[in-house]
Design a binder for this molecule. Structure first.
Ligand code: ATP
Ligand code: MG
Length: 581
């Protein structure tokens, strides 16, 4: 026997990806008092499954190292932003199991950012440029050619300050001028070719109303918001790698740590002044085949009515996945399995589904439901025979206890569990054949009743009285076991059989003039009426079950009631797509 102490059951192995190693090292070297991260979504759409990776990383790292994580709404683009998204983002983060130390908005810092802009102007590090957007593009150069200096680049700090203040006062129309950083028009990194820091936009903002006719650009606002909040590790996806030199330039040139006076406006808002020099670290995005993940495309799916809203259970938004029956634990498991690195890769959809199956297999109570019912009458039971049988809720988890299932002379069974002409290897019901009814005994099918079209309307059979639960005959060998629901006490339910929204692995592939709209899976939603055992109908919305032999289902969070049950198929029991891949 080993005397190594066992890990507590709930302690996951320590994560050792490169970001956590950096944080570990920084703490070991005493570079920070504590760790601070942030999750900075732009409130211009619903979060998608890719965001789950960023959320788990940002909040996870903070929690693991005793630090804090802020939720910061990156609201610098007022035209596209909406309070509906803000509410959904908060809901999603909490649902995933995280909570923020502080809820902040980039707009909380507009005054600080503006003071920072004036500072850059006074230092000679920024200038007001009168070139139009098109001219700016022309002057910018290309990947292979250097750009040219703007003719306005050498304005004096005094003139720039005057123009910036007039921009701020709302004197100029949209697009007339920009404030630009003065860096290097010949830089190999195009982001450093005098990038815009502010643009004129006479648009009302959801938080600041009409206070500002100018709005900061992403790189300026993002880097300085991190610095204002004292973020130590600013984690973002790889496409920002080329922005890091500009990020560092903004942080260094403004130097909030060395110039606390710039933070004065925070005092008036009652916000803490705890600036630090943040470090940006990039990791690879989560990509999953068979999905689209950009907010733009997800928005189009909704706007073009290709799905039934943001939380359509086929959507790859967190709201959609939640309604489909994905659990927070399954998404956290996905992020753990995928890991954190700088390597771009595409994860197979089956990995996502596998995480849900693994979570629900361990946690979801079992129930019986018949999706495509045909009646089975057990003729040797007396008319009106009813009894209750006791079933365990979970075969591997005794703590889930027992439930009662009504059993009766008339039952619903799955139409596909009977075959008149059985294919080779058939283990289910045939005329004259026997099968085990899950937990109720062994039956034989004696008679098939059909309507005028030849559709089977009823099966008549015989229940072996020596095979009831607990009797010796119950252990008699028969080939198959099928599930059933009492026809007198089962509850009719709407069952929504969802499948993948796209039928190809790369719906983003736009070659041959196609778009993802051309790859929608026509069978992604099928609605049927089935029967569930009474204990399933009693589910609270969002309760997940394994419907035995059928799949994992969840009580729909919007439409399910005990009187009118509605279940969504979250995932099938086995991967039915593997053969096609
Ligand atoms: P999209 O481009 O998909 O519409 P976005 O990057 O514009 O999303 P933001 O609101 O700016 O969305 O993202 C907030 C944070 O989530 C950012 O730090 C971003 O890097 C991260 N993020 C977005 N998509 C993914 C993804 N697929 N995998 C990991 N992190 C992501
Ligand atoms: Mg973005």
């Amino acid at each position: 026997m080993s005397d190594t102490p066992a890990l507590p059951a709930d302690s996951a192995p320590e994560k050792r990806d490169f970001i956590r190693q950096i944080v570990r090292e920084d703490l070991a070297q005493g570079r920070h008092q504590g760790i601070r991260t942030r999750f900075p979504p732009e409130p211009n759409g619903y979060l998608h499954i890719g965001h789950a990776k960023a959320i788990c990383l940002d909040f996870g790292v903070a929690a693991e190292f005793g630090g804090v994580c802020n939720l910061r709404l990156d609201d610098t683009n007022p035209a596209k932003e909406d309070p509906e998204f803000v509410a959904a983002i908060q809901d999603d983060v909490r649902w995933l199991g995280f909570d923020w130390a502080n809820l902040r908005h980039a707009s909380d810092y507009f005054d600080v950012l503006y003071l920072a802009a004036e500072k850059l102007v006074q230092q000679g590090d920024a200038f007001v440029c009168d070139l139009s957007a098109e001219e700016v593009r022309e002057y910018r150069g290309t990947l292979t050619e250097p750009g040219r200096n703007s003719p306005y680049r050498d304005r004096s700090p005094e003139e720039n300050l005057d123009l910036l203040r007039r921009m701020r006062a709302g004197e100029f129309p949209d697009g007339a001028r920009t404030l630009r950083a003065k860096i290097d028009m010949a830089s190999g990194n195009i982001n450093l070719r005098d990038p815009a820091l502010y643009r004129i936009k006479h648009v009302e903002h959801q938080n600041t109303g009409n206070a500002w006719p100018i709005y900061p650009m992403y790189d300026f606002a993002h880097s300085l918001s991190d610095a204002v909040e004292g973020i130590t590790h600013s984690l973002c996806t790889l496409e920002f790698e080329d922005h890091r030199p500009l990020y560092d330039w903004c942080v260094d040139k403004v130097d909030l740590v060395g110039h606390p006076a710039l933070l004065q406006p925070l005092l008036e808002k009652g916000l803490p002044r705890e600036a630090a020099k943040p470090r940006q670290i990039e990791f690879s995005r989560l990509n999953i085949n068979f999905t689209v993940m950009s907010k733009r495309k997800l928005t189009q799916l909704v706007m073009e009515n290709l799905v039934e809203g943001w939380d359509d259970p086929r959507m790859y938004t967190l709201q959609g996945l939640r309604r489909r029956g994905y659990t927070p634990a399954s998404l956290r498991l996905l992020v753990d399995r995928v890991g954190i690195s700088k390597q771009n890769s595409v994860i197979d959809f089956s990995v996502l589904e596998g995480c849900l199956r693994d979570d629900l297999d361990a946690t979801a109570p079992r129930r019986m439901a018949v999706v495509d019912p045909v009646k089975l009458v057990l003729t040797n039971l007396p008319e009106g025979h009813e009894e209750t049988l006791s079933f365990s809720n979970h075969p591997k988890d005794e703590t889930q206890g027992l439930r009662e299932i009504p059993f009766s002379r008339e039952l619903w069974i799955e139409r596909e569990d009977f075959a008149e002409i059985p294919p080779k290897g058939w283990k289910r019901l045939v005329t004259g054949g026997e099968v085990r009814l899950r937990g109720a005994g062994i039956i034989r099918c004696d008679e098939v009743i059909k309507d005028a079209d030849g559709t089977i309307t009823e099966l008549r059979g015989w229940l072996d009285p020596e095979s009831r639960p607990g009797m010796e005959g119950a252990n008699r060998k028969v080939k198959g076991t099928i599930h059933w629901v009492s026809a007198t006490q089962g509850v009719s339910a709407e069952i929504r059989l969802f499948d993948r929204l796209f039928s190809v692995a790369k719906p983003d592939d736009e070659s041959e003039g196609k778009t993802y709209r051309d790859y929608l899976n026509p069978d992604s939603k099928r609605v049927v009426t089935g029967y569930v055992e009474p204990a399933a109908a009693l589910a609270a919305p969002e309760q997940s079950y394994q419907f035995e032999r059928t799949g994992y289902f969840v009580a729909d969070r919007r439409d399910h009631t005990q009187a009118k049950p509605v279940f969504n198929r979250s995932v099938t029991l086995r991967d039915t797509w593997a053969a096609q891949a």
